[in-house]
Ligand binder design. Structure first.
Ligand code: 0O2
Length: 207
């Protein structure tokens, strides 16, 4: 028999971790701005997975509820969005260099996209949260992707939700084409990166 979970208590450290990480990572962006440097981080968002999604993902993956804190790695989720593909690798390096958490796994869906067409770089981290009962480690997934990859992923995610994971073939085909177009967009932008950055810098100075 699986023990009942007190969800409010269980999710407290995840909320704490996500809130702290958002502040810290947005702080990195701010620091680039203050030092008048280009920031590889465009925006940072975060969420704690809703209970219904935790339950359905655990069921789908055959994970028992007393193991979800170890085996469901995206209960706490952070997303970092950047402008250029190279920024992703800069961010990954910056995150590995930090001492306030430990990277325990990386998933490079850039080198090898998922069959859906999904591209992103994921880092799974072990993050210490100070609780009134002492230090508690939680697993958090950090997704790092470009604006183009993000645009594709949020649309595909909505369609997946709409069709309960069974997207009609015709739409799947269009999504594959859209993923390829997003990839091409990232490639083209990478080629004129310096021009774009210079233009943004001039615009920023005028503000
Ligand atoms: P949500 O609603 O974003 O929380 P799996 O879902 O089994 O493929 P796994 O093994 O948990 O994934 O790890 P993975 O591949 O790192 O995926 C975790 C999360 O990455 C997903 O969480 C999505 O946010 C994102 N992701 C992975 N594959 C895709 C994809 O094909 N399309 C989109 N749009 N996002 C993807 P959840 O729980 O699926 O969803």
């Amino acid at each position: 028999m699986e023990e009942q979970i007190d969800w409010t208590t269980f999710l407290v450290p995840y909320h704490q971790a996500v809130d702290e990480l958002k502040v810290k990572l947005r702080g990195m962006r701010k620091q680039y701005e203050i030092e008048k440097q280009y920031s590889p981080i465009e925006l940072v968002t975060g969420r704690v997975k809703p209970i219904a999604s935790i339950l359905s993902k655990a069921a789908r993956k055959g994970i028992s509820l007393n193991q979800i804190d170890e085996q469901l790695q995206d209960i706490g989720g952070i997303r970092i969005v950047c402008q250029f593909v190279d920024d992703i690798y800069t961010i990954v390096k910056l995150l590995y260099a930090r001492h306030d958490f430990e990277v325990i796994e990386e998933k490079d869906y850039l080198k090898e996209k998922k069959s859906s067409g999904y591209r992103s770089f994921h880092l799974i981290i072990r993050y210490p949260v100070a609780t009134i009962h002492g230090e508690k480690f939680v697993i958090v997934e950090i997704q790092i992707r470009t604006l183009a990859m993000n645009f594709w992923a949020i649309n595909e995610h909505s369609l997946n939700y709409k069709y309960s994971g069974e997207i009609p073939e015709q739409i799947q085909m269009r999504l594959q084409r859209a993923a390829e177009a997003a990839f091409q967009l990232d490639e083209e932008m990478a080629k004129i990166r310096e021009e774009v950055q210079e233009a943004q810098w001039i615009f920023h100075k005028k503000k």
